[in-house]
Ligand binder design. Structure first.
Ligand code: PGA
Length: 254
């Protein structure tokens, strides 16, 4: 069974309403090649207008975060059940939430569960810092994040899981991991999933993220264990994002 490639645009805390709608319209108009899934993750307030702009296109809509409870007295948080009315996917444990906002491994695991329980695909983001890589601990850190992130996920929920390997030192720096390093860690993630869940674990899509751009997309996406990318900066421009989607389409057709 071949795994469908994913090109996912994480818009982070960027774009005005008008810019978000324009970008979404351009991504939708560019279309989704056979064998590829395309998703965009706008900031919360633009989920509704972007949902409208995507219309009946095949581009999927995701949110950048979710709370762990479906409803209640949690001022300022956003319910996964509410998100599920608009979105088919949600990021969990993006490095900026772990390292800037201070989310714990345990909280990220609860978010993955809550997102799946609401019927959406959880994109569990994992990745080591530069310090951890230099100390030779990259794989250990990623495996710890997988173990806690998936603590409440059984094999029956794997159809609602994507893992994104995003080394912290590569995010927003313009310095992507080499294809060798990306392949090595994505393969390690896949092995971990297969050891935990058996054959279906090995079929979970594993993305690479961190300074993916039109200049490096071909070599990164060509890696056998890289099933596409979670893209920040290059997803904010319709032209560069379109180049990434086209590259995925060419690789999917091989
Ligand atoms: P970047 O961000 O492509 O700008 O490095 C990736 C991400 O944070 O998902």
């Amino acid at each position: 069974m071949s795994r469908k490639m994913i090109v996912a645009g994480n818009w982070k805390m960027n774009l005005s309403r008008r810019e978000a709608v324009e970008l979404a319209s351009a991504v939708a108009a560019a279309g989704v090649p056979a064998g590829v899934e395309v998703a965009v993750f706008p900031t919360f307030p633009w989920l509704v207008p972007v949902h409208e702009a995507l219309g009946d296109s095949d581009v999927q809509l995701g949110a950048q975060d979710s709370y762990i409870e479906p409803a209640g007295a949690f001022t300022g948080e956003v319910s996964p059940v509410a998100l599920a009315e608009l979105c088919s996917a949600v990021l969990a444990g993006h490095s900026e939430r772990r390292h800037v906002i201070g989310e714990s491994d345990e909280l990220v695991g609860k978010k993955v569960e809550a997102i799946q329980q609401a019927g959406m695909t959880a994109y569990l983001c994992v990745g080591e810092t530069l310090e951890e890589r230099q100390a030779g601990r990259a794989q250990e850190v990623v495996e710890r994040q997988l173990a806690s992130g998936l603590a409440g996920v059984d094999a029956g929920m794997l159809h609602l899981l994507v893992v994104a390997y995003e080394p912290v030192w590569a995010i927003g720096t313009g310095v992507a991991a080499s294809a060798e390093d990306a392949q090595e860690m994505c393969a390690a993630v896949r092995q971990w999933l297969a050891a935990r869940y058996g054959e279906p674990g090995g079929q979970v899509r594993v993305l690479y993220g961190g300074s993916v751009s039109p200049a490096n997309v071909e070599e990164l996406f060509a890696c056998p264990d890289v099933d596409g990318g979670l893209v920040g900066g290059a997803s904010l421009d319709a032209g560069s994002f379109g180049t990434l989607v086209e590259a995925a389409g060419r690789l999917a057709a091989v």
